[in-house]
Design a protein around this ligand. Structure first.
Ligand code: DPP
Ligand code: ZN
Length: 871
């Protein structure tokens, strides 16, 4: 496979003004006819080079140019496309080809999911439908006609329906027209026997938009939450960004087989069922929240992605980073802002930081790729969103809005770059973001080393900040970044200290050099700094807090995020001590500060239960691993198990009290307060069960037997799976399956509860799950639940010292690659991180990776990840 470089970008040679598509659907032989009005792009230069069209796995039937049928000598077909010599600057090109949706297990292009036709074209799936200049800077007006047998009554595409009728005796057709020019990656087609849930939204200018969610009949009762979320998102985008929806209809379709979470196709969003369908009985609170944010995310793309799109795929973060920032703010406004921030940062630090330190590390605007699907990463999405958030911090709410208004106005209908985004932010605010731009091109997680000094005689407090960034192999140097570093300070009574004459207790330090000293005057005593408040930049901060100081911050910091952060640091310190003791063969003992901190949280009735729940959770094995230079997987597991049990035993009374207080039987609502209370309650239950006492397991069994919502039911089941004896656990697993086997979303949850369980997710049981009738290797959700759950979230079993976990994942990846390369390239990632491990453990991972490399001719997707990881 060849590497594609950003520096090689050239404007397209030809543009396509209109695209008329005609589909005659058939499972094995769908006929596709396209009529393209093609025009030489003057900006590309003089002369008439051949027209190059992308096309993969297509059966070409005919090519007609301005009505003349070309003989095979009139064009050249090659494995990934078509080259057509042309002698005029404008022409009508007609192509006919055939495709096979039924055998398309890659889930890119047109495929079948439970008998329903659907498409996924981002990033480069359209070339699996027909020959086309499949690149985002070719924007065209699409008209689409779908012809299908009458057992597929619902026929959808982008834009507005303009015609429908019968087609012969047993078929019908519908024609759709999208008035907005768009790149091919935003094209969508759906055909099936679907039901719909309908609602409407009145836009700020008074237009009525029809809203429809399409799904299989059995799921019509699971659409309310998505519909509510959609309406909230439409209102929010009007209020916060001044963005109004632009078509008269907005459609959402739920699909069971889907590589991504969802897709923002113009006017016709296609969703992974797991990201749209929910009811209180079947979906957990986190599913409700995930749905709200993804529905928002895809809707927000209508402006940040569709109206203004990307020039090329190196600019992916232009739309994804910005849109993740938008959806995060949407969720924060609708729910608990502090908890949303904690969750996002937790994800970033655990998974994006390790990506930054791994073999696939890349900047948020990469310089090169082999397969763009591999770059739909946490770096592009989450770090990209952090970079946008920093611009927001630097410009302020109003300044940022001025910038986004200018960006949308200036580039509406265009395919642009990250540079255009930053430029609009600068121009609207008359500021320079020259140094800030380095965030787009530099790889890696910056580190801030902070030291402080207090001069008692002068009352001057100094913070010395050094920034550095570990170099990746690809980078020769890392220049200092502009880092907005939000800080506050506490005095010895726990009060915030004023940092200037206006009494401001918080400030943003502009860290932009390699080493800087920031001074604060007129202080009576040495303050305790509260650093990187709200996680104001995606960096690591090193400052040596004592455990007493961390406990003090947990109790007194006014920055909610940093209270949680202090609890994480305290826990990490305690876990490091346990690991050290374990390695030395000394008896393990958990620090009292951590138990004191947790006790304080459980007793503090005034504390927001959402925050209590966050603080009471120990860091995950994955985060502990990310924080270590070299990972000792056995010691990590032992330390966490020991800590969990010690906390559970020490605080059993407090956990019981808290659990009982919150265990009310009120009816379910997915609002932030109720979610927080259920979460705290279920964390208490989990700790209680960690003691493995009969009393605690009875409580879990009770909750399992009587729960009226999936959050409580699933939490109880998880506790039983992890802590109950074999027969009790197995009974509950079986009972749950019997009850829910018809519900795909619940069964995905059921699969992952087992695969993620350190106790029950043994390799033997994982193998059994793969043989279970509920498992389907061609369904990405099932694969993610079982194989992904095991490799990413079951640290104990996956990292077994004999290497069996790695080899198992390697075997699955080899099998998957032949079905679905995108998913194979995702599932291999856990075994690519071998450089963080030592000795035999690292060797075993490397061997598993080598086994994948040697197995067959790998897909482009898998080849890129494997070769970069072994290299
Ligand atoms: N569907 C993916 C997303 O919305 C890619 N655009 O992020
Ligand atoms: Zn997106």
């Amino acid at each position: 496979p060849k590497t594609i470089y950003l520096k090689d970008y050239r404007v397209p040679d030809y543009l396509v003004d209109t695209t008329d598509l005609w589909f005659e659907l058939d499972p094995k032989a769908t006929l596709v006819k396209s009529r393209l009005k093609v025009r030489r792009n003057q900006a590309a230069g003089v002369g008439l080079p051949p027209l190059l069209l992308d096309g993969v796995e297509l059966e070409l039937l005919s090519v007609t140019l301005d009505g003349i049928l070309l003989s095979p000598a009139g064009y050249r077909e090659f494995p990934e496309g078509l080259s057509i010599p042309v002698d005029r600057a404008e022409f009508l090109l007609e192509i006919q080809n055939r495709i096979n949706p039924e055998d398309n297990t890659s889930l890119e292009g047109l495929y079948l999911s439970n008998g329903m036709y659907c498409t996924q074209c981002e990033a480069e799936g359209f070339r699996k439908i027909t020959f086309y200049p499949d690149r985002p800077d070719v924007m065209s007006k699409f008209t689409t006609t779908i012809v299908a047998p009458t057992d597929h009554p619902v026929l959808l595409s982008n834009g507005n329906e303009i015609e429908r009728g019968n087609y012969g005796a047993d078929r019908q057709f519908v024609t759709w027209e999208d008035p907005f020019a768009k790149p091919a990656y935003l094209f969508a087609l759906v055909a099936g026997d679907l039901e719909q849930v309908e609602d409407s939204f009145m836009t700020v200018s008074g237009r009525t938009v029809k809203l429809q969610i399409f799904t299989e009949t059995k799921n019509v009762g699971k659409c309310d939450h998505a519909m509510r979320s959609l309406k909230s998102a439409m209102r929010w985008d009007e209020e916060v960004y001044g963005r109004e929806y632009d078509l008269d209809i907005f459609m959402v379709v739920a699909v069971d087989h889907f590589n991504m979470g969802a897709m923002e196709n113009k006017g016709l969003n296609i969703f992974n069922s797991a990201c749209v369908l929910a009811s209180p009985e079947t979906a957990t609170d986190s599913a409700f929240q995930r749905i709200e944010s993804i529905v928002g995310h895809e809707y927000f793309h209508n402006w940040s992605g569709n109206r203004v799109t990307c020039r090329d795929w190196f600019q992916l973060s232009l739309k994804e980073g910005f849109t993740v920032f938008r959806d995060a703010e949407f969720s924060a406004d609708l729910n608990s802002r502090a908890v949303k921030r904690i969750e996002d940062v937790s994800l970033l630090r655990t998974n994006q930081f390790s990506e930054d330190a791994g073999p696939m590390a890349h900047s948020i605007r990469p310089d090169s790729y082999m397969e763009i699907s591999n770059f739909y990463t946490l770096t592009i999405y989450e770090k990209g969103a952090e970079v946008v958030r920093m611009i927001h911090t630097l410009l302020g709410e109003k300044g940022f809005r001025k910038g986004s208004d200018l960006y949308f106005k200036r580039h509406d209908g265009c395919a642009v770059t990250c540079e255009d985004f930053v430029k609009a932010m600068e121009d609207a605010n008359q500021v320079s973001l020259t140094q800030f731009r380095r965030w787009y091109s530099q790889v890696g997680t910056p580190v801030l080393d902070v030291k402080d000094h207090f001069d008692e005689t002068q009352g001057v407090y100094q913070l010395t900040v050094r920034q550095s960034c570990p170099l990746s192999e690809k980078q020769e140097e890392n220049l200092p970044l502009h880092i907005p570093f939000r800080v506050g300070m506490l005095d010895s009574t726990g009060k915030e200290i004023s940092l200037n004459e206006q009494g401001l207790t918080e400030t943003i330090l502009h860290v932009n050099g390699t080493e800087q000293i920031f001074e604060f005057f007129g202080l009576k005593e040495k303050p305790l700094p509260s650093l990187l408040r709200g996680f104001s930049a995606p960096v690591k901060v090193h400052y040596s807090y004592s455990n007493e100081q961390l406990l003090f911050l947990i109790r007194n910091d006014t920055d909610t995020f940093n209270r949680w952060e202090a609890s994480q640091r305290l826990a990490l310190n305690s876990l490091a001590e346990l690991q050290e003791a374990y390695r030395k063969g000394e008896p393990l003992q958990l620090r009292s500060e951590l138990i004191d901190a947790y006790r304080g949280v459980l007793k503090d009735r005034g504390l927001d239960p959402a925050l209590s729940a966050e603080i009471l959770q120990l860091p995950s094995e994955q985060f502990v691993a990310e924080e270590s230079v070299f990972i000792d997987s056995e010691a990590t597991v032992v330390a966490l198990e020991f800590a969990r049990k010690a906390i559970a035993e020490e605080l059993a009374d407090e956990f019981i009290r808290c659990y009982c207080e919150l265990n009310s039987q009120k009816s379910y609502s997915p609002d932030a307060k109720d979610i927080a209370e259920r979460r705290l309650k279920n964390i208490c239950l989990s700790y209680l069960c960690a003691t493995e006492t009969q009393e605690a397991l009875d409580m879990a069994q009770n909750q399992f037997d009587s729960a009226s919502n999936m959050t409580d039911s699933a939490a109880a089941l998880t506790a039983l799976i992890n802590y109950a004896g074999d027969s009790q656990a197995e009974n509950s697993i079986a009972q749950f399956y019997t009850r829910w086997q018809e519900d795909a979303q619940v069964i995905e949850l059921w699969l992952s509860q087992q695969s993620c369980s350190p106790k029950r997710g043994t390799l033997k049981n994982i193998r059994a799950l793969i043989e279970h009738p509920a498992f389907e290797m061609t369904n990405p959700n099932k694969v993610r639940s079982v194989i992904g759950g095991f490799a990413n979230r079951n640290f104990k079993q996956f990292h077994k010292n004999d290497g069996s976990g790695f080899e198992f994942v390697a075997d699955q990846v080899i099998a998957l690659d032949k079905l679905n390369p995108q998913i194979a390239a995702r599932m291999v990632i856990p075994i690519t991180r071998w450089r963080k491990y030592t000795g035999a453990h690292a060797e075993e991972m490397q061997m598993a990776l080598q086994k994948v490399a040697d197995s067959h001719v790998l897909s482009k997707d898998l080849f890129e990840v494997v070769s970069k990881s072994l290299g």
